[in-house]
Design a protein around this ligand. Structure first.
Ligand SMILES: [Zn+2]
Ligand SMILES: [Zn+2]
Length: 381
């Protein structure tokens, strides 16, 4: 008899799919080997070393990406279900059918808007590469910068990265640099990301929560996503907490059930209903996302209003902006920037910059002690 399993490609006894899932689960718990000297370091230093090794080989980032996308795909539909069918009727039925109806519409709107911005952050590629917008990008040719540049004016960095060339058509502009990994000249404010393995236009930071870099093309969606994460996390978390307090708590036999792994285990034996377990899983996730959303929406709005990026602040890149706050917002969100918080306005209001030329952004010669702009570049995570 031929079993279904024998049709799968196998390595000995185990199928490839099984092997892949086994390796994936193992990679979460497996720690890389440290050298004998590093083993003697104090606990915190050892932890930092392990983190460095994991971020270099990329497994840590890939695992987090799959985990966080999985959590998001679980959380959004189940939370919408919990609110539409249980939490909203419980809290708003006293105010009449219309109140309940409008609250349901509001829940759907917040969920759709959050998901739309999440997809935009993932699908809009923030990398600097040959594309419809940028068909003439030259790859390779370290000695031959594009025609409008003066070659090799400044060799600023010791590791061979960060050779600056200057655009002759605009003498005021920040220099372009050479990225050794991508083998091409990259525009000012573009930085290489070691996790994405690409140069990111106006790189802000690599976001582990969504699993890709935040840069010129997707920062507008990221700021809005952080806002919706904050609203759903904190307001949704509050209502879930009240519902648990009023409905779930009186039915629990022990406070230990509030700890969701215990609740999941007990629900297998029918001790508590599945829906109550779902809420107990939601509650810590909601407050977690709410807190992260709050941190990011405030930091993004601050950084955008100052005209800088988190990367430039973290690496102390000496740039300053001569533009107004309004221009900074238009550069990220396009015109009428606040409308983006109502719905993604991609096609209607385009960003006012092209991501390559930064006329109002200049080198800040009094920024800090180091003199060369290129000294700060290409030493990214
Ligand atoms: Zn690069
Ligand atoms: Zn990245």
């Amino acid at each position: 008899m031929v079993s279904r399993r024998s049709n799968l490609p196998t390595t000995g006894e185990v199928s490839v799919t099984e092997l892949k899932s086994y390796n994936y689960i193992k990679s979460f718990f497996e720690l890389p080997k440290l050298s004998p000297e590093d083993e003697k370091l104090p606990f915190f230093k050892r932890f930092q070393k392990l983190r460095e090794i994991k971020s270099k080989d990329g497994t840590g980032a890939t695992n987090t990406k799959i985990l966080m996308r999985g959590v998001m795909l679980f959380q959004a539909p189940t939370m919408l279900y919990a609110f539409l069918w249980h939490i909203v009727p419980f809290f708003f039925s006293d105010y009449g059918p219309w109140a309940e109806y409008y609250m349901r519409v509001l829940c759907c709107y917040i969920c759709i808007n959050g998901l739309a911005n999440w997809l935009c952050v993932i699908l809009y590629d923030p990398a600097y590469r040959k594309s419809k917008d940028n068909p003439f990008l030259q790859v390779g040719g370290y000695d031959q910068p594009p025609d409008q540049f003066v070659p090799m004016i400044e060799q600023s960095s010791a590791n061979g990265n960060g050779h600056c060339v200057y655009d002759m058509s605009n003498k005021e502009a920040l220099p372009w640099e050479y990225c050794k990994d991508c083998e091409m000249y990259i525009p000012p404010r573009c930085h290489h990301c070691n996790i994405c393995k690409r140069c990111i236009l106006k790189r802000d930071h690599h976001c582990y929560m969504v699993g890709n870099c935040i840069g010129f093309k997707n920062q507008r969606y990221f700021a809005v996503l952080a806002f919706y994460a904050m609203v759903t996390g904190l307001v949704g978390g509050y209502f879930t907490f009240k519902y648990i307090q009023l409905v779930v708590w009186p039915q629990l036999d022990s406070w230990a059930y509030l700890f969701f792994p215990v609740a999941i285990w007990k629900s297998l034996f029918g001790a508590i209903p599945g829906f109550h377990v779902l809420l107990l899983v939601h509650l810590p996730l909601e407050f977690f996302f709410g807190f992260i959303g709050f941190v990011y929406v405030t930091s993004q709005l601050t950084v955008i209003s100052s005209g800088k990026t988190l990367h430039e602040l973290a690496k102390k890149v000496p740039v300053k902006s001569t533009l107004s706050v309004n221009k900074h917002f238009r550069s990220v969100f396009g015109d009428f920037w606040a409308l983006n918080f109502l719905f993604p306005m991609t096609l209607i209001f385009r960003q006012s910059d092209d991501g390559l030329h930064w006329d109002g952004i200049k080198i800040d010669h009094n920024g800090n002690e180091k003199k060369n702009y290129g000294d700060y570049e290409n030493k990214t995570v």
